[in-house]
Design a binder for this molecule. Sequence first.
Ligand SMILES: Cc1cc2nc3c(=O)[nH]c(=O)nc-3n(C[C@H](O)[C@H](O)[C@H](O)COP(=O)(O)O)c2cc1C
Length: 179
Amino acid sequence: METKILVAYASSYGSTQEIAEEITKVLRSQDLEVDLQLMRQVNTLDGYFAVVLGAPLYMFHWHKDALHFLARHQNALARKPVAIFAGGPFGSGDGNEWQEVRSQLDKELVKFPWLRPVAVEIVGGRFDPAKLRFPYSLIPALRQMPASDLRDWEAIRSWANDLVSLLRVQNNNHQLELA
Ligand SMILES: Cc1cc2nc3c(=O)[nH]c(=O)nc-3n(C[C@H](O)[C@H](O)[C@H](O)COP(=O)(O)O)c2cc1C
């Protein structure tokens, strides 16, 4: 029986990993059975009733591991509830930044018309110019940006808590369909 939830994430600098860990903690605290894995290490979605996918935006695109994951697991994902979170924005977080990040993500998700996420959340990003690696370390505009951490942990925990009831309802419907 498919009763477990998979939280699969991509993270280049670790901040999305920390968010995936926190979401996993919240789901487990509500007695859900959850596996946490790097997206690129996931071979199969067998055994999972639902999937929570998280990855940051880089240069206006969703992390390439997330795009590959969606393409690779299309058949399985099209039949399961999928919740999505994305890292960004970075910088000041002022004005329309959060809305712009949502638009960036939406532009990526429309490339997968079969995907019908049950929830989508922009979770904020963490940025440290001192840690930039090649080739980003060569971009002066990035090097001059201040360090920031726009992750809102209360909002992240609250989103994860909302997922608990959402996924429980989906799971009950799923079990009824199977019965
Ligand atoms: C080179 C670079 C480019 C980025 N581009 C974007 C972007 O286009 N949109 C956005 O919302 N955030 C962008 N970000 C912010 C990242 O999404 C944010 O730093 C995120 O927390 C990184 O996640 P990670 O630590 O899991 O790799 C960028 C960050 C870096 C370092």
